[in-house]
Design a protein around this ligand. Structure first.
Ligand SMILES: C[S@@+](CC[C@H](N)C(=O)[O-])C[C@H]1O[C@@H](n2cnc3c(N)ncnc32)[C@H](O)[C@@H]1O
Length: 256
């Protein structure tokens, strides 16, 4: 489901798409409904929402940014899925001012938890938007990936600071308010009443390898995508991934 016009973008999204697509297929099968109701909290300009709508699902995007919602509307129209994508202004903490509690088969929370003041409350809210047998797709910045990236760039003091900081920040200029370990994210998901279906490391190598190696070597991008997909499954690589993806499932319906 990655955008064939932007092959490099696949490095950022391929692993998540793979997991998400599998979860969608299982929900379609379990519900017998080919079109699922998806809530994309902090869905921005529709990186996930528009491809999901292209698969036939109905997607509600909640995002505080009017600019992102404007871009979403334009992108959905260009893709011919404006009737299946609804953008509403709101945020994860005030979610039920604009979204239906218990109304969605799948809830996405991708790249949002980092910016929410109270991540535990944020996760509880997005989980409360799920139908009883729904699935949560949670993607957030990983602590170890940031430490590694700062160190490899020669910013050793910042790398150390991120390691010691309770929010995983490398300094006052760090634009990301919170980063997480896999244990922290799974604890948040379990604390909100879900069981963890899977954890994947995302962008284990992609942000570290020089772009020229990927862009000029024939077949390098495809080989790197395969390496990312394989490493994503290994717990050992979760501790150095730029992002971590957690699939949360309701306890009542294991494997569904
Ligand atoms: C890094 S972007 C991710 C966009 C999209 N989810 C994706 O994966 O491509 C973060 C998005 O979260 C939104 N955001 C920031 N704070 C938020 C909050 N408290 N609740 C919901 N969304 C928020 C921003 O407006 C932005 O669109």
């Amino acid at each position: 489901m990655s955008d064939p016009m932007r092959p490099r973008a696949a490095l950022r999204t391929a692993v998540v798409w793979e997991v998400l697509q599998d979860a969608l297929e299982r929900r379609v099968k379990a519900t017998g409904r080919p079109a699922l109701d998806v809530l994309d909290t902090g869905g921005g300009s529709g990186n996930f929402a528009v491809p999901l709508a292209l698969l036939g699902h109905r997607v509600t995007v909640v995002d505080p940014s009017p600019n992102a919602l404007f871009a979403l509307e334009r992108r959905a129209a260009e893709a011919g899925v404006a009737d299946r994508v609804r953008g509403v202004q709101g945020d994860a903490l005030g979610l039920f001012d604009v979204a239906e509690r218990g109304g969605y088969d799948i809830v996405l929370c991708h790249g949002v938890l980092e910016y929410v003041d109270d991540p535990a409350e944020g996760v509880r809210n997005v989980v409360a938007a799920l139908r009883p047998d729904g699935v949560l797709s949670l993607l957030a910045a990983g602590l170890g990936g940031a430490v590694l990236a700062r160190a490899l760039a020669g910013h050793f003091t910042e790398a150390r600071q991120a390691l010691d900081d309770p929010n995983g920040r490398w300094g006052a200029a760090d634009p990301v308010p919170h980063r997480f370990t896999a244990d922290q994210l799974t604890a948040l998901v379990e604390g909100a009443g879900l069981r963890v279906g899977a954890v994947h490391g995302v962008r284990v190598f992609a942000d570290l390898v020089p772009g020229v190696l990927v862009d000029t070597e024939p077949g390098a991008l495809e080989a790197l995508l395969k390496l990312e997909a394989a490493a994503a499954e290994f717990a050992a690589f979760h501790s150095v991934a730029t992002q971590l993806h957690v699939l949360g499932e309701t306890r009542e319906t294991p494997g569904v």
